[in-house]
Design a binder for this molecule. Structure first.
Ligand SMILES: [Fe+2]
Length: 205
């Protein structure tokens, strides 16, 4: 895909922060090159590592609005491949809930502040309606520049750190508003399906 064709489809592209537009172009090239979603998302995660290390974007994100209230900023959704780029801006000490992202792959990058990614395993076989026995298996600390790839249906929680934090998230497709995601209460051993975060369009420019 040429730059010219990209800009024809995305008229706002010329106003985007150059480092962010380059990231979109590079991800599109990786998706054109790789055939399956896992390979595409592994390549995307490596590109995300470069993006969240970028000081220009980190400085730009200082003014991004909070996503408190179960929101995500929707920075970009690809018209051809369907991948979506979100940002989450957490208040200090934000507690995240335990959830999955249904069938989507999710690349997480911490751009500013610190966050931790808690991973869980499910001990029951999922046959009892509304019941889920999940146990935390690991916690990964992320700071500016850290990335992580979360496979489909992996149960996890993102926790805010002591300061405001900003994360960039690339999903293999936008899940919110399309399918329901699993939500889990480890203490009560319950689960239900719920709506994903509200998508708030936000232009990085
Ligand atoms: Fe998540």
């Amino acid at each position: 895909m040429t730059m010219e064709a990209t800009q024809t489809r995305n008229p706002t592209a010329q106003h985007r922060l150059p480092v962010f537009q380059k990231f979109i172009d590079d991800v599109r090239a990786a998706w054109a090159r790789e055939g399956d979603t896992k390979a595409r998302m592994k390549a995307t995660t490596e590109l995300l590592r470069g993006l969240v290390a970028d000081e220009t974007l980190r400085a730009h994100a200082r003014d991004w609005p909070s996503t408190e209230g179960h929101k995500n900023l929707l920075l970009y959704e690809d018209p051809d491949y369907g991948f979506a780029i979100n940002a989450v801006v957490r208040a200090p000490g934000r507690k995240g809930s335990v959830h999955d992202h249904a069938h989507a792959w999710t690349a997480y990058g911490v751009l500013d502040g610190t966050e931790s990614l808690e991973r869980f395993e499910r001990l029951d076989d999922g046959s009892r309606e509304g019941y889920a026995d999940v146990r935390m298996t690991s916690v990964t600390q992320g700071r500016g520049g850290s990335v992580d790839l979360v496979p489909p249906f992996d149960i996890h929680a993102e926790q805010g750190g002591p300061t405001r934090s900003v994360a960039i998230i690339v999903r293999s497709e936008r899940v919110a508003g399309k399918v329901l995601q699993g939500r889990y209460n480890p203490a009560e051993k319950t689960t239900h399906k719920g709506e994903g975060p509200t998508q708030v369009p936000f232009e990085v420019g």
